[in-house]
Design a protein around this ligand. Structure first.
Ligand code: AMP
Length: 294
């Protein structure tokens, strides 16, 4: 918890409280609400890294209290193997959250998130579900909608924090917020990368040392495409990016240019700042995604 005194910001070191069901969650939130405190929320699936912790830092900075959830949401996995292999280093995650001065960890089980009487949320994702991740991961965004709706409903945070590494997911969350939770402020945060440029991801833990070295090429290929902005037509730039990855042993699912405002796939370069190049590619049985806006 942070507070201001004489223009200086102080952080009050507190212990991390852990709740595993929504009744205990509500009990803590009710106390904070009586204090008229502002609450930030960071939903995660655990196996935390600097990308997640950056969201926690931002939430701590903007709010009186920060809630982090760790829940590996089966509804957003279209690939059973990916779900089974998802890393789950919970003791390490708790320690990282303590170090980061997170106030509350919500660590629910499946039945707490999805009680039997809970109805599915309906949200028309329009074009967003028809491009890029949408067709490649059928049902994925619907699963994201179900879990984030449930968490927003339970927590009713003042602000919620998401990473632009999952660019398309940010757009889905925006639609959800605009339809159901207009009072929640969304904060989208830049992708945190290793020095090499590799986007931090929980799935990187499944790569061998060699795989990690190859994975750097995901960012390099995006960067190479950006360098070709206005030099060659996008089709050729994207072909080159794809070639760079395939040459390193990747299987590329998509490598596309889109409008960063609506994710419409574009065959032409857009105005500066409106281009987003997005890639999904497999290496060593691990699916990596990344994007670059320019
Ligand atoms: P996940 O645990 O993968 O569901 O991610 C939880 C949140 O962390 C999502 O909002 C992600 O977009 C965000 N996130 C994951 N990796 C990064 C990263 N490298 N930089 C910034 N945010 C990230």
């Amino acid at each position: 918890m942070a507070f201001l005194c004489c223009g200086l910001e102080f952080t009050l070191q507190q212990s991390l409280e852990i709740v595993t069901n929504h009744k205990d969650l509500r009990r803590v939130l009710d106390v904070w609400r009586k204090e008229k405190a502002e609450i930030g929320f960071v939903p995660t699936m655990g196996a935390l890294h600097e990308g997640h912790l950056d969201l926690v830092k931002k939430s701590n900075h903007d709010n009186d209290y920060t809630v982090v959830s760790i829940f590996v949401n089966p509804k957003q996995f279209n690939n059973q193997q990916d779900f089974i292999l998802y890393p789950n280093p919970i003791d390490n995650d708790k320690q990282l959250l303590k170090n980061e001065d997170c106030d509350l960890l919500y660590l629910p089980d499946y039945d707490d998130v999805y009680p039997k009487n809970l109805e599915d949320v309906v949200l028309d994702l329009g074009n967003i579900d028809k491009v890029l991740e949408g067709p490649k991961r059928p049902g994925h965004f619907n699963g994201v909608v179900q879990v984030v709706h449930r968490f927003f409903d339970l927590i009713q945070p003042d602000r919620a924090y998401f990473g632009l590494k999952d660019f398309q997911q940010c757009m889905v969350i925006k639609l959800l917020r605009n339809q159901y939770f207009k009072s929640i402020e969304l904060v989208f945060c830049p992708t945190v990368r290793e020095k090499s440029g590799l986007a931090m991801s929980s799935r990187n833990a499944r790569l061998s040392e060699k795989g990690l070295v190859s994975a750097v090429n995901v960012y390099k290929s995006l960067h190479a495409v950006m360098k070709l902005f206005d030099q060659v037509v996008p089709e050729d730039a994207l072909k080159y990016g794809k070639y760079l990855l395939e040459n390193q042993g990747f299987q590329v699912e998509y490598f596309e240019l889109a409008n960063s405002e609506n994710l419409n796939i574009s065959r032409k370069w857009l105005k500066k700042g409106k281009n987003v190049v997005l890639v999904a590619a497999w290496i060593e049985g691990v699916r990596l995604i990344d994007n670059l806006v320019f």
